[in-house]
Design a protein around this ligand. Structure first.
Ligand code: NAD
Ligand code: IPM
Ligand code: MN
Length: 351
């Protein structure tokens, strides 16, 4: 299988972890024989914006469309460009234009990394995040000035989008432990969330083999900390899924290790693989960014292309290397990005 990958390191530590993960993928291709990656790098970032006035060229999406997948680091450097401009000009633009309507974000207990939980149990969950609408809408505005000023932000929950995300979660749960939890807030939000609950209830009828529960997002966030082992698949709106998955990352040990896959479900456009974390401005250039989020994201890309065996091998190698103590500072060690990456590559070669 020959895969063409558009690589967008983006900003901050994206430029440090994307090359690391690419090196791991190249190693996998060397081992596998039948698998190859051709990477093409795109420099689209906040620096690019300063030079060109846009986050990507006008024909940027046309360029990306030619590839099998997009492999992205992180976007955002608010010293240079306001976040809402950089993110809507690149990351969110690709998600929307390429109809990457589902964001799959797993979190599991990792041997070798100390969870900050006092009494961590073996958890293994996946958040299915609606990735194209919801609270992330560009509908709204600001009216009046001064003390009278009002900002209005509308949420958009279409039946198609809501049902699609919920159905995806059920299909996924059927292949796992047959349980779906819905993240709601229908006690406080009077239109979108009761609608979400109704759609969840209706879709659940089609999956009698899958058990369900529904939790308000506030309580659910607390349960992620107190007993994450109770969850299998969680389906959440765009914003709730965003927040839950940083908690998922945190209970694993660091936001630097959590992966994500933005999936184009209709096969019309490439999917995009990008970790949960951002550009981490506080550690840029120190060489200590944790590459696991990006490397595990590469594993999700392998799975996406049916290379589950290689994906599993990679995850096993990551776990082994962590258990041997190759840890970056965010997970309590002293390793650099390079040392951890090279340890993974060396072990991979020995397999
Ligand atoms: P962040 O995830 O960049 O950083 C939060 C904290 O986690 C920081 O202390 C950071 O050092 C740490 N961290 C993150 N990734 C790490 C890694 N791989 N290794 C070690 N430590 C890591 O979140 P933020 O500070 O809210 O955002 C910074 C910028 O990134 C903003 O511009 C934001 O909009 C953007 N952002 C982009 C994405 C994306 O492109 N997918 C995601 C989140 C945030
Ligand atoms: C993420 C990020 C983005 C999101 C931001 C940077 C717009 O936090 O991918 O989790 O909220 O989707
Ligand atoms: Mn986020």
């Amino acid at each position: 299988m020959k895969l063409t990958i558009a690589s967008i390191p983006g900003d901050g530590i994206g430029k440090e972890v994307v090359p690391a993960a690419k090196e791991v993928l190249e190693t996998i291709a060397d081992i596998h024989g039948g698998l190859s990656f051709t990477f093409t790098d795109f420099p689209w970032s906040c620096e690019y914006y300063l030079e060109h006035g846009t986050m990507m060229p006008e024909d940027g999406l046309k360029k990306l469309e030619q590839f099998d997948a997009v492999f992205l680091g992180a976007v955002g450097n608010k010293q240079l460009v306001p976040d809402h401009i950089s993110l809507w000009g690149l990351l969110i633009k690709i998600r929307r234009e390429f109809e990457q309507v589902i964001n799959i974000r797993p979190a599991k207990m990792f041997n070798g990394i100390k969870s900050p939980l006092a009494n961590p149990k073996d958890f293994d969950l996946i958040v299915v995040r609606e990735n194209s609408e919801g609270e992330y809408s560009s509908i709204g505005g600001r009216i009046y000035k001064g003390v009278e000023e009002i900002a209005i932000q509308n949420g958009v929950f279409s039946r198609r989008g809501t049902e699609r995300a919920i159905r995806f979660a059920f299909e996924l749960a059927q292949k796992r432990r047959q349980h779906v939890t819905s993240a709601t807030k229908s006690n406080g939000i009077v239109y979108s969330m009761p609608f979400w609950d109704e759609v969840f209830e209706a879709v659940s009828q089609d999956y009698p083999d899958v058990s369900t529960d529904s939790q308000h997002i506030d309580a659910l966030a607390a349960f992620f900390v107190t007993h994450p082992q109770k969850f299998d698949v969680i389906v959440a709106s765009n914003l709730f899924g965003d927040i839950l998955t940083d908690i998922g990352a945190a209970i694993m040990g660091s936001v630097g290790i959590a992966p994500a896959a933005n999936i184009n479900v209709n096969g019309k456009y490439p999917s995009m693989f990008e970790p949960v974390h951002g550009s981490a401005p506080d550690i840029i250039g120190k060489g200590i960014a944790n590459p696991i989020g990006q490397i595990w994201t590469a594993k999700m890309m392998l799975d996406h292309f049916g290379q589950e065996e290689m994906g599993q091998l990679l995850l096993d190698v990551i776990e082994e290397v962590l258990q041997e103590g190759y840890l970056t500072p965010d997970i309590g060690g002293k390793c650099t990005t390079q040392e951890l990456t090279q340890a993974i590559i060396t072990k991979m070669k020995g397999k």
